[in-house]
Design a protein around this ligand. Structure first.
Ligand code: SF4
Ligand code: URA
Length: 254
């Protein structure tokens, strides 16, 4: 039990160090000293002194990161967004969906996948016999990528995030994955698939193939917005989701 707690503290400390990589050198130095002490007892004491390990609670950890995202300006999307969209769902979800980025509706409400594509995603989740609240939903970037960033009130003002924006934002998703530790990631569309896999293959080629990201199984599929434009894509997406269900229910890899 003690060992488990010790390992949990190490894990959370690493997450926090990643988070603090945004801070100045002095702060990183302080935290590093506190966490690299050779003496186990003094390490435990130092680790406990860090407020974020006082009460290990994954929901609290997520809330802390959400607060940082809400005031993030690591890329230019931070200047034009109305609301950052952190993601939502179950903190212990086995399944996480990663979209491209917030659109108009999401930017206005601060919640992921609530527009038309989101309603379609809800249908897919329910067809899989899950509920939205029992999975986790987020995006590869947390702020709305706009064609015209001066006009957040304009509809159809969405664009895919740039690689630079994805690179700036990915540490937040990494932290979410560390805390939630899902069994499988479903990337929706090309942006999140490329962002996580560093792979230039078209989504039509790579979809349905088993991949991995940081030790977590990953399956790319088409974005629900693409399904709204082309209903022929529904069938392949359903094939992909059947693989996900099978993996979650039996642990078998297709
Ligand atoms: Fe920060 Fe990500 Fe928003 Fe860029 S998109 S400002 S990195 S939260
Ligand atoms: N499309 C996305 O990729 N993400 C959202 O949150 C909404 C629409």
């Amino acid at each position: 039990m003690k060992l488990l707690k010790y390992l949990e503290i190490l894990r959370l400390t690493r997450i926090s160090l990643e988070e603090y990589s945004n801070w100045g050198q002095d702060e990183i130095h302080k935290v590093t000293i506190a966490t690299t002490s050779c003496n186990r007892d003094s390490f435990m004491k130092s680790a406990y002194q860090l407020s974020y390990t006082e009460n290990i609670n994954p929901q609290k950890e997520l809330n802390n990161i959400k607060q940082r995202v809400n005031c993030c300006s690591k890329c230019s999307l931070g200047k034009s967004r109305l609301n950052a969209v952190f993601g939502n769902g179950a903190v212990d979800a086995s399944l996480i969906f990663i979209g491209e980025g917030p659109g108009y509706d999401e930017d206005h409400k601060g919640e992921p996948f609530i527009g038309k594509a989101g309603q379609f995603l809800t249908k897919i989740i329910e067809a899989m016999n899950y509920k939205r609240e029992t999975v986790y939903i987020s995006n590869i970037v947390k702020c709305h990528p706009m064609i015209d960033p001066c006009n957040p009130e304009k509809r159809s003002n969405d664009r895919p995030p740039s690689l630079e924006e994805i690179k700036a934002c990915i540490p937040y998703l990494d932290m979410q994955l560390e805390i939630i530790r899902p069994k499988i990631i479903v990337t929706l569309g090309a942006s999140s698939t490329r962002g996580l896999l560093n792979n230039e293959e078209p989504i039509s080629k790579i979809r349905g193939k088993l991949k991995e990201y940081k030790g977590i199984k990953l399956i790319p599929t088409f974005h629900p917005a693409a399904l709204l434009r082309n209903s022929n894509l529904k069938k392949p997406v359903w094939e992909d989701m059947k693989k996900v269900i099978r993996y979650l229910e039996t642990g078998e890899i297709w």
